[in-house]
Design a protein around this ligand. Structure first.
Ligand code: NAP
Length: 749
């Protein structure tokens, strides 16, 4: 049996928070002994009766002797006095932590006792969980589960102490975050202290009215939800408001200002601006739910992931499906609608996190946007010179498209800006767009380690048109340059080594902006304007590709994917599958919003064959290779891919990650610098299982996860795919549609 984390834990204060942590320590067997000191003997007696402590003392000195962890779980204002008393009895190796809701004053209290030489074991903390109830009976073993605990290590704090506290709090099933003391107090002032202050104050305002009985009697759920926290302990909040006075006053000032804004909009009956404000706030609320939980700060000790399990067994794979809207087109519809003159309506918008990041960025730059609701978005364009400085960094989540295209647009604005992203985006190369933009006169810095995000842009630069020979085929870099060119003096042109996605060019034309394409050279003149239009976003061929591959490898399958975008710069996957011998037809071709669309029907009627994938199709199928590797594994003979080094710097190193997964599932393959060699296991006319099953690490790359899901159509053993939560980013309905088609897929959090 392994040793418990602590020998003896001493709680000073054992109310709601302290006793909840004591319950965790008991449940998880984290200490040999738990003792406590509180003011009243009754609390100690109750705690003993509840089985929470072995010994209780009214004098804290008795409690802390020989303890290797001391938890101050009492009102913050009592910290200094308690520390003064116990300090002589603590050893160098004692970990001292607290749970107080403010942190600067806890550190001040410690400094008043220890001077500047704070003990190594001192690591302040704050569980962001609680209730309106107090006392030792109110504690719950699951109080902290799925909540956050913030540790605020000091320069003096030792790593061994921090690590042990992280383990302690993780045992309570909390997510542990480390941040510095000032940041903690500022963040909490806005997210906790201000809302409590507002709740107390609103209830006070209503309670003072003569008709208060009616108001409370007939109050609806909204009032109940909003005012719940006004039932919290007044003494505690009194202390917090004073303890964090400076940051709270700042937050109150900000609130007053914002209140004046919304008041004026209502007074003036400014409908569009009020809708803009409410829509922005609503989207921000959703955005915070979905995205900010993944911000790097919080990723450090993140524990939750999602997993797909695909069960073996013979499958039918059939049906007619509409996969979600094209991501590339969705992004651009917002960007161009925002800088156009007039109101742009978008239908079929992909409500995935990436496109929502773009949408949020433009809202942050003052554009009034309604929706998305069932794929519909209305953008009130502000014209070429109407974007406003965002209040803070623009968060691009996982979206490389947003960051590279916006680099171009933001370089040409009058204001400074900073773009950040999640852990995966933060590793992706951005110098490839920064370099040509600098040649145009832009002032931007990639402030990450190796030319990676965050990107910091200094506004108010005069851009001039350039000609740029793209060293690699990249639609994002091409688009970023062309977008900067909209504001640049003279002509901006780009020559690409291979044709890449031309959604930007097509959509700029749909917005009435002239863009010339002569062979591989694309050019436009700066200084024009965009005029609002209607955009129907086609279904995303990259999402459709998983179902195309699924159908191609499954006997008797018959799948039709409706209204898929078949822009010639995206149809590499169709061409490659055709060359591999797939039974695929493109039906009912038509044009929507400047983009060609069609229904794609694919049937599992013959065994695919291995090919040397044509290099000229590589840029046209770049996102579809993970899925195509699954097709290659099911094909007869060898498949060779070359000229696809780009795959190594996508959301993951897609060559290596796919090769690792394929090998686990019994496929012989060799990754190369710019591609892969896959020995297909298929045999003409046979439809037996190809894959052995196994556990796949997707590296949080949505396309890896969805590709290996399709391998489940030809597996003899169960496939577990770890880290699938990013699937919702590009394809929110993936598991639903895959299940409907016939794949046995289970999702577990
Ligand atoms: P609580 O339920 O009222 O318990 C406070 C405990 O501290 C009681 O055991 C009390 O002793 C003891 N105590 C009070 N003054 C003391 C003193 N001078 N010397 C020794 N012990 C003393 O409070 P709580 O909700 O657990 O809050 C404790 C800390 O957690 C506070 O700093 C608060 O800011 C923080 N916090 C609270 C919440 C929340 O939602 N409640 C959330 C996060 C953090 P008696 O039992 O003898 O009265």
């Amino acid at each position: 049996m392994s040793l418990p984390l602590f020998e003896k834990v001493a709680f000073i204060g054992l109310g709601l928070i302290g006793s909840s942590l004591a319950r965790v320590i008991i449940a998880e067997k984290l200490a040999n002994q738990i003792v406590a000191s509180t003011r009243s003997q009754k609390t100690l007696d109750d705690a003993k009766a509840l089985g929470l402590i072995q010994e209780g003392y009214t004098n804290p000195i008795d409690a802390v002797q020989g303890a290797d962890l001391v938890v101050l779980a009492l009102p913050v204002r009592a910290t200094q006095k308690v520390l003064e008393i116990i300090q002589p009895y603590l050893s160098e190796k004692t970990i001292i932590t607290d749970v107080g809701s403010t942190k600067a004053n806890v550190v001040e209290a410690a400094k008043a006792v220890y001077g500047d030489a704070l003990p190594e074991g001192f690591v302040p903390g704050h569980p962001i969980a609680g209730s309106e109830h107090t006392g030792v009976h109110a504690g719950k073993v699951d109080l902290f589960a799925h909540h956050k605990v913030i540790l605020t290590p000091l320069p003096s704090s030792a790593d061994w102490a921090i690590q042990k506290l992280i383990q302690l709090w993780q045992a309570s099933k909390a997510e542990v975050i480390c941040m510095d003391v000032e940041k903690h107090d500022e963040v909490l002032a806005h997210t906790s202290h201000l809302p409590h202050l507002m709740a107390f104050n609103l209830v006070e305002q209503l309670a003072n009215r003569e008709d208060n009985l009616d108001i409370f009697r007939y109050a609806a759920g909204g009032f109940r939800d909003f005012s719940r926290i006004a039932a919290s302990d007044p003494q505690m909040w009194h202390d917090i408001f004073f303890a964090n006075k400076k940051a709270i006053l700042n937050a109150v000032d900000g609130f007053e200002k914002q209140l004046a804004v919304i008041r004026k909009l209502i007074e003036d009956e400014n409908s569009q601006a009020l809708m803009g404000l409410l829509g922005h706030a609503q989207a921000a609320r959703q955005h915070f739910n979905h995205m900010l939980a993944n911000r790097p700060l919080m990723e450090k000790n993140k524990v939750t992931t999602q997993q797909f399990t695909i069960l073996p067994g013979k499958k039918n794979f059939q049906g007619k499906f509409s996969v979600p809207g094209d991501k590339s087109v969705s992004h651009r519809s917002i960007m161009f609608g925002a800088i156009a003159e007039g109101t742009t309506h978008v239908t079929g918008f992909l409500e995935g996190e990436d496109a929502l990041a773009t949408l949020q960025a433009f809202r942050d730059m003052g554009v009034s946007i309604e929706g998305p609701k069932n794929g519909e978005v209305t953008i009130h364009g502000v014209g070429m010179h109407g974007l406003k400085a965002p209040a803070s960094e623009l968060y691009m989540g996982n979206s490389g498209t947003s960051m590279r295209l916006l680099s171009g647009m933001l370089s040409a604005q009058k204001f400074d800006s900073v773009m950040t992203g999640d852990a995966s985006l933060t590793k992706r190369p951005m110098e490839r767009i920064a370099k040509p933009l600098r040649e145009m006169g832009a002032l931007l810095q990639t402030t990450g380690d190796r030319g990676t995000p965050p990107i910091s842009i200094t506004g108010n630069q005069k851009l001039k048109g350039i000609h740029y020979d793209l060293p690699m085929a990249s639609a994002q870099v091409k688009s970023g340059i062309l977008l900067a060119g909209l504001w640049a003096e003279g002509e901006t042109s780009v020559t690409e080594p291979e044709p890449t996605r031309d959604h930007s060019e097509r959509m700029l034309r749909a917005f009435g902006y002239e863009v010339k394409t002569e062979g591989n050279r694309i050019s436009l003149q700066g200084g024009g304007k965009l005029t609002a239009t209607e955009i129907q976003v086609p279904s995303d061929i990259s999402s459709a590709a998983f179902f195309m591959v699924g159908a191609a490898i499954t006997e008797g399958s018959d799948v039709t994917l409706e209204a898929v975008g078949i822009n010639p710069t995206r149809t590499g996957v169709i061409e490659i599958l055709k060359q591999m011998g797939a039974d695929i037809s493109v039906e009912n071709e038509r044009i929507a919003g400047g983009e060609p669309i069609a229904d794609i029907r694919i049937r599992g009627s013959r065994t695919l064959k291995g090919i040397h994938m044509p290099e000229d199709q590589v840029p046209l199928a770049i996102d579809e290779f993970p899925a195509l590797f699954i097709a290659a594994a099911c094909a007869e003979g060898q498949t060779v891919l070359t000229g696809a080094a780009e795959l190594r710097v996508k959301e993951s190193d897609r060559i290596q990650v796919m090769a690792d997964g394929l090998k686990i599932m019994g496929i012989d393959c060799t990754p190369t610098d710019d591609g892969i060699i896959i020995e297909g296991k298929g045999k003409s006319g046979e439809w037996d299982a190809i894959f052995t099953g196994g556990e796949i690490e997707s590296h949080h790359d949505h396309r890896i996860a969805m590709s290996f899901s399709m391998a489940g159509l030809r597996t003899s053993g169960e496939i577990k795919i770890v880290g699938t939560e990013t699937v919702a980013t590009s394809f929110p309905t993936f598991t639903e549609l895959a299940t409907e088609a016939g794949l046995a897929i289970q999702v577990t959090e």
